[in-house]
Design a protein around this ligand. Structure first.
Ligand SMILES: NC(=O)CC[C@H](N)C(=O)O
Length: 191
């Protein structure tokens, strides 16, 4: 199982380390050609507008759309979830538009810009430590969407077939259970 972590900006090495701990071969991806032999992709947190600009500049928008349309699993965390979404509240456009979710950016208020909380994530853990940093949330999932976790009534982990989105930063803890869940998704779609 070979998983790439999009390495244009954000918490890349942490994802690589956790994917390896969870049992995969993980590489950072800086060029579109590097997507070719991957079974799955992680799009990390950072600043979605910055990552999007770099994705356009280096040809990743088209390349990742093809990757997703070939049913290869993609896991977007924080800004990565915004990049995957096909609807962004208050905006007419989207970035990749692959995952059927509507997201709102910077959704947890100023005083709560960053915080950590333990929460149940369905199919993953009863006590997952979630680190939120200027996090978005998922306002709606599409008809095939699954809600895996909510915090304060807001959806913070969602799945849509082979796409997984988390509003928080699973790479900033030592808990590899969400990365393991993603690897199971990759196995499921691997043929
Ligand atoms: N930690 C993050 O990835 C923050 C996301 C950022 N606020 C955005 O809108 O892109």
């Amino acid at each position: 199982m070979k998983i790439g972590v999009l390495a244009l900006q954000g918490a890349v090495v942490e994802h690589v380390r956790m994917l390896e701990e969870a049992g995969a071969t993980a590489v950072s991806v800086k060029k579109v050609e590097e997507l070719d032999d991957l079974d799955g992709l992680v799009i990390p947190g950072g600043e979605s507008t910055t990552i999007s600009k770099l994705m356009h500049k280096y040809g990743f928008i088209e390349a990742i759309r093809e990757f997703g349309e070939a049913k290869k699993p993609i896991f977007g965390t924080c800004a990565g979830a915004i990049l995957l979404a096909n609807r962004i509240n208050g905006q007419d456009d989207f970035h990749l538009g692959l995952m059927d979710i509507k997201v709102e950016r910077n959704a947890f208020g100023r005083q709560k810009d960053s915080f950590e909380v333990e929460m149940p994530v369905a199919g993953v853990a009863a006590d997952y430590p979630a680190v939120f940093i200027r996090a978005p949330y998922v306002m709606e999932v599409g008809e095939n969407g699954q809600v895996l976790a909510k915090y304060e009534e807001k959806i913070v982990v969602a799945r849509d077939g082979h796409y997984l989105a988390a509003a928080f930063h699973p790479e900033l803890t030592d808990d590899i259970r969400l990365h393991k869940y993603f690897l199971d998704m990759v196995k499921e779609y691997h043929s």
